[in-house]
Design a protein around this ligand. Structure first.
Ligand SMILES: [Zn+2]
Length: 160
């Protein structure tokens, strides 16, 4: 992740910290602090977690973060999820079904701010079970991959 994006998350108060002691070496009270930026989840599986996509990699100007608000980032992440759904790559976090953009089972992107700092996608009808499915999971245990460069239609807002 670019330092600029990490700094931006710090400014927004969105970095998570995990502090652990090293149990294998009790003579040195070494403490390990892990700092982590918010993540995105294409589903609930082990391989579904991604680092937060960087707007610059999707054509935003280098300096965009200076002006971006959290709302702007939410909007950008929603576009990224739309690209993922269009590509058939996103699953509902609760029922694990592949999401589509048809009218029958609408979905929503949710930012889980408590404990997790994670954007995920879920059917409207499944949302009420989300708390149950997040319980007991530790965001520091998930393995992160590089976010895919889905085809985003970032100019949509101007068209409307
Ligand atoms: Zn669902």
């Amino acid at each position: 992740m670019r330092q600029e994006l990490l700094t931006w998350f710090a400014r927004e108060g969105l970095l998570l910290q995990s502090v652990t002691a090293n149990p294998e070496d009790p003579e040195h009270d070494e403490i390990k602090v892990t700092v982590r930026a918010p993540i995105v989840a294409l589903g609930r599986g082990r391989e579904d977690f991604r680092e937060c996509p960087d707007p610059v990699r999707f054509g935003y100007p280098e300096s965009c973060l200076e002006l971006m608000t959290l709302e702007d980032l939410h909007w950008f992440i929603l576009r990224w999820f739309e690209g993922a759904v269009a590509a058939g790559r996103a699953r509902c976090f609760v029922c694990n079904k592949v999401l589509d953009n048809g009218p029958e089972q609408p979905w929503d992107a949710v930012f889980v701010s408590a404990d997790w700092h994670c954007w995920l996608v879920v059917h409207f009808d499944c949302k009420r079970y989300l708390g149950r499915d997040l319980k007991g999971r530790n965001p520091f245990e998930v393995e992160l991959r590089e976010p895919e460069l889905f085809d985003l239609r970032l100019t949509e807002r101007e068209d409307q």
